[in-house]
Design a protein around this ligand. Structure first.
Ligand code: RNT
Ligand code: ZN
Length: 421
């Protein structure tokens, strides 16, 4: 371990003990939290259906053309292995349906099978990872008019229903092979650019499509279903079929998980705040941790107030096993490996900060109605020596301390990424 790290940690540990916090227990707790790391930051949501697949439609957008993106499964796996050496903890990996191994064949979305994802299962086993999954209802000609599961065309929606059914079976296959239920998240782009006259019918159709999809019962020991709402997208500014209320209603009445993407709400809404409301009525939630900048821009997560608020909600109410943390950002304007590392580390830091709060003391002040004390304690907490604990945790896990990971990222860029074009 680098010189000084342990000394600083011990001093911090004494300090935290003096405010009633057990630092070692905190680090054990942090190491038990797994983040589901998304595959799509690695190649700008392109996928591997064809050698030159690119993100299209769906109201989501990647901007930037930083060199070195992964062009095939092997490169993406190599990149991810690098990423996982630079972040502490054991995590999960989150695939989209377009990332299968289709062997150069044209396999349409309604034909994908577990065998197309064997290469990922083998890789996950080798690297001690668990897998999550997503149907891909965008970047496809049958999604071009902006409607998939809620399409007025029976042919179109049947195609997508079939796709999602296949995707759920692949998630179940992951759960079975890796001994850990795989979360299958469903997000569809459906909506319209301009004012919708009939908002009822598309939602009624979507509900029927979902009923059809979920009529196939799969054990929650293999896979769990989540559904992700959105406020608006590019091309669906005026109306989104799968709104928050729609999916919240569906999830609560059908025993499904809701997925809250931090970029899918009004910018002044505190998404973390929703946790203590929704979890009064259901057992688990999925989060897409992201960073909206003025809109759902999917910037790399950083340690900002929104992220800290989110983490504090998990930690304060011991929801470690009820909130599933997944990442959802894709920035093509910076080194993609570095984007992953920075984003993952920021989420872990937010959790650590929350775990090192003098929670009992603040709660007591609140119960007693001593709101000045409550405010003062929360304010003091902001300067607690969390950095020393974080550095120690990174070193303990054989991962770089402070910004040392940059050295690895740039070396990898030079040796590997710069040779791709
Ligand atoms: C889109 C949703 C969705 C996607 C991924 C690629 O607005 O956030 O989660 O980002 O499925
Ligand atoms: Zn999302």
């Amino acid at each position: 371990m680098k010189k000084g790290i342990e000394d600083k940690f011990n001093a911090a540990k004494d300090f935290f003990a003096s405010v009633g916090i057990d630092t070692d227990a905190t680090l054990r707790r942090l190491s038990n939290i797994s983040i589901s790391v998304h595959c799509w930051q690695g190649d700008d949501v392109g996928g591997f259906e064809t050698p030159d697949s690119v993100l299209s439609g769906g109201g989501i957008q990647v901007t930037g053309n930083y060199p070195g993106k992964a062009r095939n499964i092997q490169e993406l796996q190599q990149d991810m292995e690098k990423v996982f050496t630079l972040v502490p903890g054991k995590h999960r990996y989150n695939l989209h349906a377009i990332y299968g191994d289709f062997g150069g064949q044209r396999i349409d979305r309604d034909e994908i099978e577990p065998k197309h994802f064997e290469v990922w299962v083998d890789w996950a086993k080798k690297n001690g990872l668990k897998l999550d999954f997503n149907a891909t209802c965008f970047s496809h000609p049958k999604a071009d008019d902006g409607f998939t599961l809620s399409s007025y065309s029976k042919e179109i929606r049947d195609f997508w229903i079939e796709h999602v059914k296949h995707a759920r079976r692949i998630a179940a296959y992951f759960g079975h092979e890796l001994n850990s239920p795989s979360i299958h998240n469903l997000w569809i782009p459906d909506g319209s650019k301009d004012i919708r006259f009939d908002k009822w019918t598309p939602r009624e159709i979507l509900k029927e499509s979902l009923d059809e999809i979920y009529s196939e019962k799969i054990s929650p020991s293999l896979m769990k279903d989540a559904m992700e709402s959105k406020l608006f997208g590019i091309g669906s500014e005026s109306f989104v079929v799968g709104s928050h209320e729609f999916y919240l209603g569906y999830a609560l009445t059908h025993n499904k998980m809701i997925c809250l993407d931090m970029g899918h709400f009004h910018l002044t809404e505190n998404v973390g705040d929703k946790i203590s409301a929704i979890l009064q009525f259901t057992n688990e939630l999925l989060f897409h941790v992201s960073r909206p900048v003025r809109w759902d821009s999917d910037h790399v997560t950083i340690l900002n107030d929104e992220l800290k608020d989110f983490a504090s909600q998990i930690v304060r109410y011991q929801l470690d096993n009820r909130i599933n943390i997944a990442l959802d950002f894709f920035d093509a304007s910076i080194n993609r490996i570095g984007a992953y590392v920075l984003g993952i580390r920021s989420v872990l830091k937010a959790l650590l900060i929350a775990m090192l709060e003098p929670a009992e003391k603040i709660k007591q002040a609140e119960i007693e109605g001593d709101y000045l004390r409550r405010l003062a304690l929360m304010e003091e907490t902001k300067l607690y020596p969390v950095g020393a604990v974080w550095d120690y945790y990174c070193a303990l896990n054989d991962t770089p301390v402070e910004k040392d990971w940059l050295t690895d990222v740039y070396a990898y860029e030079k040796e590997v990424l710069s040779k791709r074009n």
